[in-house]
Design a binder for this molecule. Structure first.
Ligand SMILES: Cc1cc2nc3c(=O)[nH]c(=O)nc-3n(C[C@H](O)[C@H](O)[C@H](O)COP(=O)(O)O)c2cc1C
Length: 347
């Protein structure tokens, strides 16, 4: 009887959706209405985006020892400096904002000296090469040159450099392919702790990944102590059957409060994933294996993980990564790959 009822309800829901989906998918407003009335799929995300905007404006774009706003604007200035031809007036829309955030970041105790030095090097160079007779530039330079940050004195300058001065590498295509072939999603691990230092080393390589406007809006939460590990590994369904075998879990968390606008709400997933890929390849070079674990966008799960990791709502889980020393007798799925010709579309 109960099974019959459940089947009947499912059937009714399916019929209802068959009617509603074509109707609602025709316009943005109707789609939003559908998700407001009939689904809670976007509840958590919508709230997160709004809370992120509040957090951004409260923090004035500064996050602990780093500033998304400073990083973004200094990045924009760098692009102006390397432009061909370089203009002698640029960046007027955000120049004063940059100088002001540099000043307030510099006055924060514990703010990253290396980030401040990068900002100072670029701002110094900017005021050196632009037309300081322009009233906006003149005003900003007056504000800028009054800022005294003793901690950055004596630090090495961080300026754009020419292509031939770029870091060299000796990695051939074949060597890189070998590394990529060796990284395989691994689900069976030795029951052995992973050294913090190795995670730090892999994270240093993760940080070399490209990031929109160089904001780097992610953190890697490393968990291998109990009971937190057991509580976390069983949350995403994708660990079923091997959850208890995972010795170390990384939660890749993106911080939506790095952005003042909803339009950038997906950048945490892009940046977080690019960094994660490099992280996993780096782990392989350190003798460690990994498996990315899908994080389903379910408001019930989001609430649970936020509680366990102590996250504000605007910090979102991008994915989990299981990490450990591989159990040599454990099997690895074959996972046939597509051919390059299947994905490269020459237009
Ligand atoms: C975003 C993402 C989520 C994944 N989620 C899971 C998961 O929940 N459980 C799992 O066992 N594997 C998961 N994987 C691993 C994939 O199954 C695996 O990458 C794919 O089958 C290809 O195999 P390979 O990584 O060995 O090349 C995930 C991979 C990615 C990129």
């Amino acid at each position: 009887m109960k099974v019959f009822l459940v089947k009947k309800i499912k059937h009714l829901i399916q019929n209802f959706q068959n009617i509603m989906l074509p109707l609602c998918s025709g316009s943005g407003f109707a789609s939003s209405l559908y998700f407001t009335i009939f689904s809670r799929d976007f509840y958590y995300e919508h709230k997160a985006v709004l809370q992120a905007q509040i957090a951004y404006s409260k923090s004035s774009g500064i996050h602990g020892d780093s500033s998304a706003l400073l990083r973004r604007n200094i990045h924009r200035l760098e692009k102006g400096l390397i432009m061909r031809p370089r203009r002698n007036i640029f960046a007027l829309e955000y120049l004063l904002e940059t100088v002001e955030v540099y000043k307030s970041a510099g006055s924060r105790k514990g703010f990253s000296i290396s980030e401040l030095m990068w900002a100072k090097s670029i701002l110094d160079e900017y005021f050196l090469v632009v037309d300081c007779n322009h009233p906006d530039i003149f005003y900003a330079s007056q504000v800028y040159f009054k800022i005294k940050l003793p901690d950055v004195i004596g630090q090495t300058k961080k300026l754009p450099y020419i292509q031939v001065d770029k870091a060299k590498h000796n990695v051939s295509y074949n060597q890189f392919m070998d590394l990529c072939l060796a990284r395989r999603s691994t689900r069976w691990f030795d029951q052995k702790n992973v050294e913090d230092e190795k995670i730090q080393q892999a994270a240093s390589i993760a940080l070399q990944a490209p990031s929109a406007c160089n904001r780097q809006p992610y953190e890697f939460y490393m968990v291998q102590s109990q009971p937190l590990l057991s509580q976390l590994v069983t949350l995403p369904g994708g660990t079923a059957g091997f959850a208890t075998n995972i010795p170390c879990l990384i939660a890749v968390v993106g911080d939506l409060s790095y952005y003042p606008h909803a339009r950038d709400r997906h950048v945490i997933y892009i940046d977080g994933s690019l960094a994660s890929m490099q992280f996993m390849l780096a782990l392989e070079t350190l003798g460690l294996a990994s498996c990315p674990i899908n994080w389903p966008e379910l408001h019930t799960l989001d609430a649970k993980v936020a509680k366990l990791l102590g996250l504000p709502q605007y910090k979102r889980v991008v994915m989990f990564i299981a990490v450990g020393y591989p159990d040599k007798s454990g099997y690895i799925a074959y996972s046939e790959k597509k051919a390059s010709a299947d994905i490269v579309r020459k237009l």
